[in-house]
Design a binder for this molecule. Structure first.
Ligand SMILES: NC(=O)c1ccc[n+]([C@@H]2O[C@H](COP(=O)([O-])OP(=O)(O)OC[C@H]3O[C@@H](n4cnc5c(N)ncnc54)[C@H](O)[C@@H]3O)[C@@H](O)[C@H]2O)c1
Ligand SMILES: [Zn+2]
Length: 394
């Protein structure tokens, strides 16, 4: 081929673009975050620009509407650095805010009307559901406005609020729309837990049991030894449980090598494949933590049936969960679809789809040791389910 012919031939060239962006954000444990003398929120807002007066919009879970005035007082006390762009806005808490997308749209409309820019702050005060919805709003408005989370439930303080994900539900599928977006800061205030209904105090403990089961046998032992204190919500025990659980989640995200879950594994989602399905099947009458407790019991029994976990350990896990206040059976688990197949099994397909095609489920090889498998035997799942049903006397 002549040089001329070669130069006429269409050329394909590849230029590799490569960069790495370090992320860091403070996760602060404090009490009385809106007490005027508490510097945590002020410090978080000022951490990059200490002398600026920061524009802030605050969205508050409506179960905490008693705090709206306190937030205004806090901002007034720190008016040298905080300008509330509008009075704090109450929004429905719970799965409603994640399931009806007009809430996301109206929050975005508010940010538009207020001319919120990328260096302004969107603060969310609430449970995991409100944080997920407002986190999505913050991450997508102007492609990312600074976002501070103030989690107010056990689950949001020990798990979801310290993570890097947000999302809302679409057509009954949990978290179908969402982004990975590390927050600007997280402020955990134990006092919020005091006003939480008992049901939610219990529900959030599921994530602590979960992370202990897959990562930290010593923490599982601690939970067992303190189950009386935890079952009665002793503040010191709750505080340690929340902090240790949050630390383990942070470690996984920061040091696990895949913070944005681009691989096929969701290592923190032990017990979650059936939990997400159970939540949708019951239209969220079963809370996330309650569903996770059932999902963990199911996968613990499955782990025994698969020869991974020594027999008897599943009973130890179930006994602890029950002692903490969880019920380990729900009739929706046995709901049959048109072809007679249990609908809950669709959870495996939805999990696979969410991951990117290859199924990865975390099971247990021992207490404190998660192990990944890529196949689930449906007959074994059925047996594990029947075992749970029988155990519950259902
Ligand atoms: N983004 C993530 O990584 C991640 C991880 C785990 C769970 N989640 C999501 O978190 C959600 C569950 O969060 P949750 O368990 O915090 O429940 P939730 O947000 O549904 O809140 C439960 C109830 O408690 C109320 N509430 C909140 N704080 C309160 C307080 N201090 N006092 C009294 N009432 C209060 C809420 O209004 C709601 O009615 C689910 O949607 C789940 O999918 C997200
Ligand atoms: Zn969870």
């Amino acid at each position: 081929m002549t040089a001329d012919a070669r130069s006429k031939q269409a050329e394909t060239t590849t230029h590799w673009q490569r960069f790495a962006v370090p992320y860091e954000f403070p996760v602060v444990f404090t009490e009385g975050v809106f007490d005027p003398g508490n510097p945590a929120l002020r410090d978080a807002l000022c951490r990059l620009e200490p002398r600026k007066r920061h524009r802030v919009v605050v969205f508050v879970d409506d179960s905490l509407s008693g705090h709206l005035g306190k937030i205004e007082e806090y901002a007034a006390h720190h008016r040298d650095v905080i300008e509330l762009a509008c009075p704090p806005i109450a929004m429905p808490g719970g799965e409603k805010v994640k399931s009806e997308l007009h809430f996301v749209e109206s929050a975005q409309q508010t940010l538009f009307d207020l001319h919120i820019d990328r260096h302004s702050f969107v603060v969310a005060v609430g449970g995991g559901a409100l944080l997920d919805a407002i986190g999505l709003v913050a991450a997508t408005t102007h492609r990312g406005v600074r976002h501070i989370r103030i989690p107010t439930t056990v689950l949001a303080q020990n798990d979801s609020g310290v993570g890097v994900k947000n999302g809302v539900n679409l057509r009954g599928v949990k978290n179908f729309v969402g982004t990975f977006a590390p927050p600007f800061a997280v402020l955990n205030d134990l006092r919020f837990i005091l006003t939480l209904p008992e049901r939610d105090k219990v529900a959030g403990m599921a994530e602590a049991v979960k992370v202990s089961l897959i990562r930290d046998a010593e923490f599982f032992g601690w939970i067992e030894r303190h189950m009386d204190d935890l079952a009665t919500f002793d503040p010191a025990a709750m505080a340690y449980m929340i902090r240790r659980c949050a630390e383990l989640h942070m470690r996984q995200i920061g040091q696990g090598g895949d913070p944005f879950e681009s691989g096929s594994a969701r290592p923190l989602d032990y017990g979650h494949w059936s939990a997400h399905k159970l939540e949708s099947l019951t239209r969220h009458h079963v809370r996330h933590g309650e569903a996770v407790a059932i999902g963990m019991a199911l996968d613990a029994r499955y782990s025994v049936l698969a020869g991974l976990l020594p027999p008897g350990e599943e009973e130890r896990i179930c006994a602890l969960l029950e002692y903490l206040g969880f019920e380990l059976w729900h009739p929706a688990l046995a709901k049959a679809g048109p072809a007679g197949k249990w609908v809950i099994l669709e959870g495996l397909d939805e999990f696979r789809e969410h991951l990117g095609g290859e199924l990865t489920i975390t099971l247990l090889a021992g207490i404190g040791t998660g192990v990944e498998v890529h196949e689930m035997d449906t007959e074994r799942v059925r047996q594990a389910m029947l075992w749970l049903k029988e155990r519950a006397g259902a």
